[in-house]
Design a protein around this ligand. Structure first.
Ligand code: PRE
Length: 315
């Protein structure tokens, strides 16, 4: 039986497009649509599938809250791959419905946030309802008894549910993209490629001046570049936050590993979420040696030096 992969469904979501890119050889029956991000995590955790794909962040709307919430709590899962998918939105309706007929519209909240300008200009009085995905909106509109007149969704969703496009490119930013992650149960990490990303969540010990700076210093002094920092409530009370961090590099590299050890020493808890190839590729640029030596080779040399010193040899 082929491996099976959960994704935010139904068929026709941007998440399905991401899964198809990440697992191009998987047959259609290997793709398991789920009704929400939480359901994808539950399927992967429960072992009914071999992996799952969820949206993590959008270039316009930022982090996807449901994904962040699941990543920081519950049974830990590992991110083993990522892909960036350009998002282009179409306004779909049933045959015969024109722009002027549209009173009620459904879509996903992240999609709605990216189309607000267009809607204000073209459908200023439309009533909007957010649903679990853009494809779920298209599916609902396809039902002749639906209370929705239109959906904002991906082109593939409109085609899948037999809708007709009323307007193309209704997103406010033509270059919008969403980053999707592939989740697995804990296991061997992907091998370093030289163009990797490491994700983690850091929980600070107590609230004190400079707590975030101390955390960031662990990366800065080792020349590790951060690509994302998002604060998120822990749920333990107002003002209690943890930090979701993406850094360039792989935990197998000394400088990333040392930064993580530093965090482990100063934080109440650190949740490692994975080291995996960056979607954008390209060798990791180590931008920070004005005078410091922070390449991987420099770290290896320093480790050999320490071993010599510890064994009583002259450094
Ligand atoms: O609803 C979908 O089609 C999804 O795959 C989810 C999602 C998201 O959560 O950001 C993915 C990309 C778009 O930005 C809009 C919605």
């Amino acid at each position: 039986m082929p491996n099976r992969y959960a994704y935010l469904g139904p068929e026709g979501t941007f998440t399905e497009a991401a899964l198809r890119e990440l697992r191009p050889d998987a047959p259609a029956e290997a793709r398991v649509p789920c009704s929400g991000v939480e359901a994808v995590f539950a399927a992967v955790r429960g072992g009914s599938v071999d992996g799952g794909v969820v949206p993590l962040e959008n270039s316009v709307e930022g982090g996807v809250p449901a994904t962040t919430a699941e990543l920081i709590a519950g049974e830990p899962l590992l991110i083993s791959a990522e892909v960036n998918v350009p998002v282009e939105f179409t306004l779909f309706a049933r045959d015969g419905v024109a722009l002027g007929d549209i009173k009620r519209l459904a879509t996903h909240p992240v999609a709605l946030g990216q189309c607000r300008g267009w809607l204000a200009g073209h459908l200023p009085d439309v009533e909007t309802t957010t649903v679990s995905s853009t494809a779920a909106a298209a599916q609902a509109v396809a039902d002749p008894g639906s209370s929705f007149d239109a959906a904002i969704a991906a082109r593939i969703a409109g085609e899948r549910y037999g809708l007709h496009p009323v307007a193309h490119n209704v997103g406010d930013r033509s270059e919008a993209a969403t980053r999707f992650i592939f989740l697995s149960r804990p296991g061997p990490l992907p091998a370093p490629t030289g163009a990797d990303r490491t994700s983690l969540v850091a929980f600070i010990t107590d609230d004190h001046p400079g707590a975030l700076q101390e955390l960031l210093n662990q990366f800065a002094v080792r020349g590790v570049n951060l690509t994302r920092l998002e604060s998120r409530p822990t749920g333990a009370g107002l003002g209690r936050y943890c930090f979701c961090i993406d850094a360039d590099g792989h935990v197998a590299e000394a400088r990333v590993g040392e930064a993580l050890m530093g965090l482990r020493r100063i934080c109440a808890d650190v949740r490692f979420l994975g080291s995996y190839p960056r979607a954008a590729g390209g060798a990791v640029h180590v931008p920070f040696p004005p005078t410091w030596s922070t390449t991987n080779a420099d770290f290896d040399e320093a480790e050999r030096w320490l071993a010599r010193v510890r064994s009583g040899q002259p450094g």
